[in-house]
Design a protein around this ligand. Structure first.
Ligand code: HGY
Ligand code: MN
Ligand code: MN
Ligand code: MN
Length: 402
């Protein structure tokens, strides 16, 4: 299973993955998912938002236990972020079938579309649409770097964009969603555990900073005569680091676009995207307002105009305690009292986080020895992945088989 999926969308030079929503690589991942589903005799379904579902049992029966994750990636992402959750879901089903587990609830494996938001700039599009958190109007306005809209991209990929929208009936049939994910951090490596349970997702958001100055000749324009937006941008990046460090939070300017983007032209526009996250809302607000204040000062200093747009925001997610404790009981039952399964927070966003406002959701993390993610260096050892499958099978058995 893993071997068929691994080469899809992998860039030969960087070794990273470029599986962006509604592109060829995305289509190949979806074809892989459908093949895995049908190959196991599961009933395959594509929902109105392009999320893929593989059902065991009758979805209409309700109270379904759902597992899965996403298959898309960030630019040059790693092999595990998303795919480990989907592959582990199919493997856990195979494991339960080998145990002759008797399902008393419907089970589904899901692939949520466009979780990373790499192409259109908004994360978790498939789950946000399903939960009604992303309006159809806003979704239709999403554009990629070439100006292609989400509806155009969906249409070009053979999907009908006119049916996207909230899917309350589908979500109402789900009793629990459990997402297994490679840990994007080192907590399990430091604690020496193979598998952990998520407690919460930090509040996090994306802000776009548009610094507008004056294009001019790089060779003939005196420094005193310049209104160079690149200077204000550069100082703002350093301010973001300072503010985050002071608050024990994180802030990243990872994406930039420059116009006219010529080596010998002073830019007219520098557009930078800030990703900032913190353990609680108040801290995040302090960090972002500190960065905005500094950016405005730097813009004024250089005679540059600054517009700041908050493009997306996800409030703190506390995973539902009853489900989390049920999972801890299931996973902890073979362990001596003090060897409880660790519970850990994360700064990474997930579909399970988006859906937690609508249905009970939980996450399992699998140890990542370096903690590196969103990079070709992302890694999880095979025996830890196997431990993740066993844990997921135990959880699904505990929730869906009695
Ligand atoms: O950005 C995130 O935290 C997630 O990987 N989409
Ligand atoms: Mn990710
Ligand atoms: Mn992910
Ligand atoms: Mn996710």
């Amino acid at each position: 299973m893993w071997r068929e999926l691994q080469p899809i969308g992998r860039h030969p030079d960087s070794g990273g993955y470029r599986r962006f929503a509604w592109t060829g690589a995305d289509r190949d991942c979806r074809d892989w998912f459908e093949e895995q589903a049908r190959g196991r005799g599961l009933s395959y379904e594509l929902d109105r938002n392009g999320n893929q579902w593989a059902w065991l049992g009758d979805p209409a029966a309700g109270d379904a236990v759902v597992t899965g994750s996403h298959l898309d990636s960030v630019p040059d992402g790693g092999a595990f972020d998303g795919p480990l959750g989907v592959v582990s879901s199919f493997a856990a089903l195979d494991e339960l079938r080998s145990r002759n587990a008797r399902f008393t609830k419907p089970l589904a494996i899901v692939n949520f579309g466009d979780e990373e938001g790499a192409r259109f700039g908004l994360a978790c599009v498939g789950s946000r649409l399903a939960a009604g958190e992303l309006t159809v109007e806003r979704a239709r306005q999403l554009r990629d770097g070439d100006g292609v809209s989400l509806p155009q991209a969906m249409e070009a990929a053979g999907y009908d964009p006119d049916v996207i929208g909230a899917d309350p009936e589908r979500l109402a049939r789900i009793g629990a969603f459990v997402e297994l994910h490679v840990e994007q951090g080192r907590a399990l490596d430091l604690s020496g555990d193979q598998v952990g349970i998520a407690s919460a997702i930090w509040p996090h958001g994306r802000w776009r900073f548009d610094f507008r100055g004056e294009a001019n000749h790089a060779g003939t324009t005196r420094l005193v005569d310049r209104r160079d937006p690149m200077l204000s941008y550069a100082e703002t990046v350093l301010a973001a680091r300072r503010e985050a460090q002071l608050a024990g939070a994180v802030a990243t300017f990872g994406k930039i676009s420059v116009e006219p983007n010529g080596v010998n032209a002073i830019p007219s526009l520098v557009r930078g995207w800030l990703d900032s996250r913190a353990a609680d809302q108040a801290t995040l607000d302090t960090v972002v307002s500190g960065i905005e204040k500094a950016a405005r000062e730097y813009a004024d200093e250089h005679g540059v105009q600054l517009d700041i747009v908050r493009e997306s925001f996800t409030p703190v997610v506390e995973f539902e305690h009853a489900l989390r404790d049920e999972i801890a009981r299931i996973l902890g039952r073979e362990k001596e009292a003090d060897l409880k399964v660790p519970v850990l927070g994360t700064g990474a966003g997930h579909d399970a986080g988006i859906l937690s406002g609508t249905i009970p959701t939980a996450m399992l993390f699998v140890r990542n020895p370096t903690g590196v993610s969103h990079s070709p260096a992302e890694y999880a050892a095979e025996d830890d992945c196997v431990a993740g499958v066993t844990a997921l099978a135990d959880v699904l058995e505990g929730l869906a088989c009695t």
